[in-house]
Ligand binder design. Sequence first.
Ligand code: SAM
Ligand code: DTB
Ligand code: SF4
Length: 342
Amino acid sequence: MSNASATQQAIEEAPLIQVEKAVPMIRWSVEQVLELYNMPFNDLMFKAQTVHREHFDANSLQLSSLLSIKTGACPEDCKYCPQSARYSTGLDAERLMRVNSIVDAAKKAKSNGAGRFCMGAAWRSPKDKDLVVVEEAVRQVKELGLETCATLGMLSEEQALSLKAAGLDYYNHNLDTSEEYYKEVITTRSYEDRLDTLEHVRSAGMNVCSGGIVGMGETRRDRAGLLANLANLPVPPQSVPINNLVQVKGTPFEKVEPVGDFEFIRTIAVARITMPTSYVRLSAGREEMNDQMQALCFMAGANSVFYGEELLTTSNASVDHDKALMTELGLTPAASCEREPQ
Ligand code: SAM
Ligand code: DTB
Ligand code: SF4
């Protein structure tokens, strides 16, 4: 059992007086998170929108563009992922890109209006020789005036410090789901491994981007457990991506029953309420959502999206469509997260 789970169990079993002394970091029990989920929809939306307005400009949207800088042939067995070498998804593996090609993609993202550029690699963890290349890319992307983010798998303390020294602003590493459901999703690295990487990122002084995936066959309690674990981190993540599973042919989760739209919107609202000052990102799966669904997610407190024609290996909502939707809803791109939340 990980620290997060042990802490959760302690808060649920111990008398209040002991809990306050023993585990001062706990902010949300799973039961409290479930109570939010169980609220009447209108009440939940009102609460989420109220919390959102206390901390953010409600009409501002943070835009992050993604680039897969090393694609496929990943040794891990994440059952949702088209990049795992264990599943036949028809994906062509690609080596680590050259720095100038990465920077060209970043320039294009900036000219489209993105504020942050996120570089993703299909690694269990980066090799130090590859990290040198990523760090040079980070330096050059930063010089364009973009915020930088990377998602490269597990990081050691030293690797996190080295990325911080190169100027990396955010590191994305998702908890993905509850600790209980995690073993149904990934067996090649543990929940504890993930928490350790988040600790290394946090102590190196980088912003943490961590969230999860909805629609992998998990229960509402698992979704509540994921959000409680994120909210109870020593510092809640500055950025929380909520992905709706992209069902990719050939992956074990190809045919899992999706969650309903209202359950997804509730998940966004509960993330907003439990992590009031975090950016909540409406992430993968947006291409399959209609405009009204996205608008409800923004009303529930999502204030960030992945922006650009592609996620890592699958397609995203188009830039033209997103620009039109933002105009329709009166949403303007957030300039820089460093100036927000208010
Ligand atoms: N390999 C690194 C790692 O796993 O830490 C970084 C890249 S990995 C693709 C980043 C995240 O993308 C995963 O943690 C997962 O949450 C998300 N993801 C991957 N495949 C997805 C899918 N089919 N649908 C939704 N999210 C997905
Ligand atoms: C995150 O939470 N979602 C992004 C990003 N972090 C790296 C990735 C989504 C990947 C969707 C499947 C694909 O395109 O390969
Ligand atoms: Fe590899 Fe990351 Fe995909 Fe897991 S999610 S298989 S670690 S690329």
